[in-house]
Design a protein. Structure first.
Length: 457
């Protein structure tokens, strides 16, 4: 009888271990909430002082504290770790604040994140500077980028679009007011198009004029034609559209000059204000220009094409240099971007503050996108696996970078969002002649609209 009970208990233990292992692989969020969270909290509480000491994050106690310890106890006076705040569990990990000791800085804690990760049994540890002397440790219990779930509460707003999830389980928000222009790189099937879908569908619900240049005959941007204010599908149309955008930018500068009493002959470069200083009734709608496959604008076959290329590149550079104050923002995308594209490529890249690098086919593209702002991010971009579409490395000219992944959004779903938001497209008279034709949706006999066949991914 005893043997039967022993075998039953052993079988139950094995089943529990097997179930936990399966849940950890198939349902990491559920495993973290039930098993991983209590274990990590126990490890953190039990080994906090010793772990901080091993990581070199302790300091000698003050003279008064040392005297108090010697007077009240016979224990040896040990180095003091940073004061720990309350542990706050989250659906993806833990958050705890540390008050740094005198002489410490956030970089000291950031240098020890790998040691802390292994000591406390979590997937990753991220450090955030809260205020002088206080940092927040964000412990992530599992790989949140393997199956992307956006946070329930995301701070969005006008010209701010949440498009992806960061590796620290926070939302990556594309803020055009803070980062006006961006370069998006990615090879075929890397997730670059998914990133664009989220941007366009997020901006479609706002009073923003969307302009597209898609020299692949419009196959990427044509599904969103109902919400686009202008669309060019080949280099010839792009060569006509870009001068119109430059003229619109110049007209907006004239509007700012007239409103502020600036002399008409003042150079645009000397005007430090922008359209956001104008009254709302006089403020023109912002314009976001999407350039898909920018290399098509650089490629030439004849001398005539070379002259056209030089003009288009010059106009793009002018928009990137002066467009922000006029409310014109650029989203430049491509499979590859390098100096060999021709004159003006490096100068254009220098004006694009934001950088998003998906999986690329060569290291040179990753260096072109990230090497000038965060050299250590180049290796992270080159190590993206093909079976993880949507995974990218994002950085800006401040030098900071992180991994993000875009959630799945079908082309049919994004197109439907654009159709529903078509009435929100602002009126920009200069772009009226470039507005794409959108055939009416056929109506069935019952009076309901017939949904078009979904486009294959």
């Amino acid at each position: 009888m005893t043997d039967l009970i022993t075998f039953a208990e052993l079988g139950g233990s094995l089943a529990a271990i097997g179930g936990a292992a399966y849940a950890r692989h198939a349902h990491p969020a559920a495993y973290w909430s039930t098993v991983g969270l209590p274990l990590s909290v126990a490890r953190l509480l039990a080994s906090y002082s010793s772990t901080m000491d091993a990581c070199g994050l302790t300091v000698e106690p003050s003279r008064w504290r040392a005297l108090a310890v010697r007077a009240t106890t016979r224990r040896e006076v040990r180095p003091v770790p940073p004061r720990r705040g309350m542990i706050r569990p989250t659906s993806t990990g833990l958050r705890v604040r540390l008050r740094l000791a005198p002489g410490q800085e956030p970089a000291d804690v950031a240098a020890s994140v790998e040691r802390l990760r292994h000591a406390w049994g979590v997937h990753a540890v991220h450090v955030r500077d809260v205020k002088p002397g206080v940092v927040e440790l964000r412990l992530i219990g599992f790989d949140v980028l393997r199956k992307v779930r956006m946070p329930r509460r995301v701070e969005s707003g006008f010209l701010r679009v949440p498009v992806a999830l960061r590796e620290d389980a926070t939302a990556f928000v594309r803020d055009y007011r803070a980062v006006p222009h961006e370069l998006v790189l990615g090879a075929t099937l890397s997730g670059k198009s998914m990133y664009l879908r989220h941007l366009i569908s997020g901006l479609a619900a706002q009073s923003v004029a969307l302009v597209g240049i898609d020299c692949k005959r419009g196959v990427e941007l044509a599904p969103f034609a109902s919400r686009l204010s202008a669309l060019a599908t080949d280099p010839d149309e792009a060569a006509k559209l870009l001068p119109v955008l430059v003229k619109e930018m110049e007209d907006r500068y004239d509007l700012i000059k007239a409103r502020q009493g600036i002399a008409p002959n003042t150079p645009d470069e000397e005007i430090t204000s922008d359209i956001w200083g104008l009254p709302e009734s006089e403020r023109p709608a912002p314009i976001v220009l999407f350039v898909d496959e920018v290399a098509e604008l650089f490629l030439v076959a004849t001398r005539k094409d070379e002259e056209r290329r030089d003009e288009m590149v010059t106009q793009l550079i002018r928009l990137a240099q002066l467009g922000r104050a006029a409310g014109i923002y650029l989203e430049v995308c491509g499979q590859r971007f390098g100096a060999e594209l021709g004159k003006g490529a490096t100068m254009l890249r220098a004006q694009l503050t934001g950088r998003v690098c998906h999986r690329v086919n060569d290291e040179a593209s990753a260096k072109m996108g990230l090497g000038d702002i965060a050299p250590e991010a180049v290796y992270a971009a080159c190590s993206i696996a093909p079976e993880l579409p949507g995974l990218a490395v994002v950085g800006d000219t401040s030098g900071g970078w992180s991994r993000i992944r875009t959630p799945y959004l079908s082309l049919a779903g994004a197109s439907a969002l654009c159709r529903e938001s078509a009435h929100l497209a602002p009126d920009v008279p200069a772009l009226a002649s470039f507005r794409p034709y959108v055939p009416p949706v056929p109506v069935a006999a019952s009076g309901t609209a017939v949904a078009p066949h979904p486009v294959a991914e």
